[in-house]
Ligand binder design. Structure first.
Ligand SMILES: Nc1ncnc2c1ncn2[C@@H]1O[C@H](COP(=O)(O)OP(=O)(O)OP(=O)(O)O)[C@@H](O)[C@H]1O
Length: 266
């Protein structure tokens, strides 16, 4: 469970990026965070794994006040929270399987790190994670030979191998074409439903948010201005969240996808 209570975040230059955030996200929810560019979506997400510090208020992950964590405790928190970025963050000259095995490196004894030795169990887990996102056949291919969508799936597999209870995804489909974006969103949904992992996703494409997430949090100028189910979101609410400036491509670009494409998982 993630609990925000009166959370504020001010950057060192004084910019007030999050204002009085209150929200409770239960284990196993699939939440899309939407809002204009600069509204505070990334800041909100990054406070959860302590990439950013909150200025005041309380932010608890599984009942632990995360602003009080130090050193090793922060590393432990991050083991439990996978993070997916728009840019995949992979070592493109290495094979897919090696990129996924990186998930185990933080817990290795120093001598295994040095020798790069992975156990049979770790290799099995890495292959299972690749299987779950449908790219087991690419395990020994170099990452730079994969498409953008496949690379994002490698990033997802690496996160899965880490076996987190929460996955934070910061614009994970922003650089993908519409069909691939649907496939990757479908991966997130499957993982959410099958593994009961909490998924929080920042996303510019409202249609994708509404099609895949069960809950939508709308942020405007650092404040939560909507928090409800995807079914509740209507034109009026979107107008409110986006201050009447729903960006081009927000609802449009992906909206043409058919239901069949939406559930295509190859
Ligand atoms: N390190 C920083 N120092 C000062 N201000 C920052 C910093 N990082 C972000 N901001 C400001 O905080 C606000 C929220 O930024 P954030 O990146 O969270 O927005 P966002 O909704 O994720 O935007 P986008 O959709 O464009 O990624 C913006 O006005 C941004 O300029």
């Amino acid at each position: 469970m993630i609990q925000f209570e009166q959370v504020n975040k001010q950057y060192p230059n004084g910019y007030h990026a999050l204002k009085n955030i209150n929200a409770v996200i239960e284990q196993g929810e699939f939440v899309a965070i939407i809002g204009l560019s600069g509204a505070g979506k990334s800041t909100l997400l990054r406070c959860i794994n302590r990439m950013h510090h909150i200025t005041d208020g309380s932010l608890k992950v599984n009942d632990v006040e995360i602003s009080e964590l130090r050193g090793r405790q922060i590393r432990r928190l991050r083991r439990n929270i996978g993070m997916i970025f728009q840019s995949f963050n992979l070592v493109t000259r290495m094979s897919v399987i090696k990129n996924v095995l990186v998930a185990f490196v933080p817990e290795m004894p120093w001598w295994r790190k040095l020798l790069g030795i992975f156990t049979k169990e770790e290799k099995k887990q890495a292959l299972m994670a690749l299987d779950r996102v449908g790219i087991l056949d690419k395990a020994f291919v170099r990452v730079d030979q994969l498409s953008g969508g496949q690379q994002q799936r490698v990033a997802l597999a690496r996160t899965l191998a880490q076996n987190p209870s929460i996955i934070l995804a910061d614009e994970p489909v922003a650089s993908l074409d519409p069909v691939t974006a649907h496939q990757v969103m479908n991966d997130f949904k499957n993982i959410n439903e099958q593994l009961n992992m909490t998924i929080l996703i920042n996303i510019h494409h409202v249609d994708l948010a509404l099609a895949y997430a069960s809950r939508v949090i709308g942020i405007r100028a650092g404040e939560i201005v909507f928090d409800g189910t995807a079914e509740e979101v209507n034109e009026q609410i979107l107008h409110h969240i986006y201050n009447g400036k729903l960006e081009e491509g927000g609802l449009g670009e992906h909206a043409e996808q058919t239901a069949a494409e939406k559930h295509y998982t190859a």
